[in-house]
Design a protein around this ligand. Structure first.
Ligand code: MN
Length: 424
C-alpha cells in the first residue's frame, strides 16, 4: 500500500468523500482536539466533513504509539504528540495520507472508517495546552495606520519597527476555542482627554485578524533558535482573533504596552494546518529595507500566500464580509519572529502560541481591525442589514476564514467565530 507520493501531491485523491470547495482535501490532513457528548477530548484529523479519531487508529495499529503514552496515546490535547518531535508528526501526517488515499486496500478502509465521526457531531476544544502566548506586531500597514491615528502621521512607524519584530507577552489563560462567546470587558478609559478617566464597559470593542503559529519542539533556556532553523520549530498555523478594547488599550499602554485591553479573550480556530501542508504556498514577503541585522537575515521565501477574510453577523442579521487580507503582507516572517524571540536565550516550548499581529494589507478593504476599517470611528461601516458599525456591538458574531489555493488544491483553516456578550 505504501505510496511514495508526498502528502502534498495535487494528484492525490481519497476514497473518502470531500465536498467541492472544502478546506480539507486529502492534501491538508490538519490536527485538532475534540469530543462527542460524554467523552473525553482526544486528537483527530479531518478530511472533508469527516473527522477521524486518531486513538481508534492507534488501537488497531494503523498509526504509531505516542512515545511514553502506552495507554493514553492521542488522549487530551496535542502537546504529548508534539513532544515526540516534528519528524514524528510529519511521519504521522504522511501515514494518515496513505490510509486515506484511493490506493488504500479495502480492509484498511474498513478499519479506518470505524474511526469516523461526522465533524458536525464533534465539539472542538483548543488543539494544544497553550504554555505561553506571544503577540507580534508585524504588519507594516497595521503599524503605520495605528501610528497615524494615535501618534504622528508624518512619523507613523516608531524608530525600532524596521529593525526588529516588535511583540509583547500575552496571556495564555484567556485563549478560547472557536464558538466560545467573548464577554465585553469592563475597564478604565478616558473618553474626554481633558477629564479624569471613567470606569465601565469598553465602548471600542474590536477584533484583530491574525494568524498564529504553534511551536514544537522549542529550545532550552539559554540557547537560541537560529533563523535558518526556525521553521523546524513550527508545528502549524491557526486563525486567531486577538480581541481588543481600544479605549482601555489607549489609556493603559504607556509605558509598558498592552495589558487589560488585550487579555480578556482571544479566539483560536480548531484545526491546526501544518507548516508542511502549507509548503506549496510559500512566497517571498515584502522587501526589507533597511537590511535586518545578521541574526534576522534569511535566504529564500519565508512567507505564505494565505487569503484571509473577516465577516460580521449582527444578532438577527445576515453576514457581511468586512475585510479581505492576506498573510503574505506580513513584513516580518515567522522564522524571524521566532529567531528574535529566542535570541536572548528565552526558551520556547511545545505548544506555545505566537500570533502575527493584525494582518492589514495596503487597501482600506484589507485592514484587519475595526480601528482601521472605521478609522477610529470616523468612517462607520454599513452592514448588509443597513446598520452601521464603528466598533463591535453586543450580539455581533465575528467570523474569520482563511485558505491557500494553487494547482487546484485548496488548503483551508475552516473558521474561527465568536459572539460578543454584553458586559456584566
Ligand atoms: Mn494582536
Amino acid at each position: 500500500m505504501a505510496n511514495p507520493l508526498s502528502a502534498n501531491d495535487p494528484k492525490l485523491t481519497s476514497w473518502v468523500t470531500v465536498p467541492t470547495g472544502s478546506d480539507f482535501p486529502i492534501q491538508n490532513i490538519p490536527f485538532g482536539v475534540g469530543n462527542t457528548a460524554g467523552t473525553k477530548s482526544r486528537a483527530f484529523t479531518r478530511i472533508g466533513d469527516t473527522a477521524i479519531d486518531l486513538r481508534v487508529l492507534w488501537k488497531v495499529g494503523l498509526i504509531p504509539e505516542v512515545d511514553g503514552q502506552e495507554n493514553a496515546s492521542y488522549m487530551g490535547r496535542m502537546n504529548c504528540v508534539l513532544r515526540c518531535g516534528r519528524p514524528f508528526v510529519r511521519a504521522l501526517r504522511q501515514r494518515l495520507s496513505e490510509l486515506l488515499r484511493n490506493e488504500a486496500a479495502p480492509e484498511v478502509r474498513e478499519q479506518v472508517a470505524k474511526a469516523f465521526v461526522p465533524v458536525a457531531e464533534l465539539i472542538m476544544d483548543l488543539p494544544v495546552d497553550v504554555g505561553d502566548y506571544t503577540d507580534f506586531y508585524s504588519s507594516r500597514e497595521h503599524a503605520t495606520n495605528v501610528g497615524k491615528m494615535f501618534r504622528d502621521p508624518a512619523n507613523a512607524l516608531l524608530p525600532n519597527w524596521l529593525h526588529l519584530p516588535v511583540g509583547y507577552h500575552g496571556r495564555a489563560s484567556s485563549i478560547v476555542p472557536s464558538g466560545v462567546p467573548v464577554r465585553r470587558p469592563n475597564g478604565q478609559f478616558k473618553p474626554d482627554p481633558n477629564a479624569p478617566p471613567v470606569f465601565g464597559p469598553t465602548r471600542q470593542l474590536d477584533f484583530e485578524l491574525e494568524v498564529a503559529f504553534i511551536t514544537c519542539p522549542g529550545n532550552a533556556l539559554g540557547e537560541r533558535i537560529p533563523v535558518e532553523r526556525a521553521e523546524e520549530h513550527i508545528f502549524g498555523l491557526v486563525l486567531f482573533n486577538d480581541w481588543s478594547a481600544r479605549d482601555i488599550q489607549a489609556w493603559e499602554y504607556v509605558p509598558l504596552g498592552p495589558f487589560l485591553g488585550k487579555n480578556f479573550g482571544s479566539s483560536m480556530s480548531p484545526w491546526v494546518v501544518t507548516l508542511d501542508a502549507l509548503e506549496p504556498f510559500r512566497v517571498a514577503g515584502p522587501e526589507q529595507d533597511p537590511e535586518p541585522l545578521p541574526y534576522l537575515r534569511t535566504i529564500g521565501p519565508h512567507s505564505f500566500d494565505i487569503a484571509l477574510e473577516v465577516a460580521l453577523t449582527p444578532e438577527e442579521g445576515p453576514e457581511t464580509t468586512i475585510c479581505r487580507s492576506n498573510f503574505k503582507h506580513m513584513y516580518w516572517s515567522m522564522a524571524q519572529q521566532l529567531a528574535h524571540h529566542t535570541v536572548n536565550g528565552c526558551n520556547v516550548r511545545c505548544g506555545d502560541v505566537m500570533a502575527s499581529g493584525t494582518i492589514s494589507g495596503p487597501e482600506p478593504g484589507s485592514y484587519g481591525s475595526m480601528l482601521e476599517l472605521s478609522w477610529r470611528g470616523t468612517k462607520p461601516l454599513t452592514l448588509a442589514d443597513g446598520s452601521e458599525r464603528k466598533f463591535i456591538a453586543d450580539g455581533d458574531t465575528v467570523i474569520m476564514r482563511g485558505h491557500a489555493e494553487r494547482n487546484g488544491v485548496r488548503i483551508g483553516f475552516g473558521e474561527v467565530r465568536a459572539q460578543v456578550l454584553p458586559a456584566t
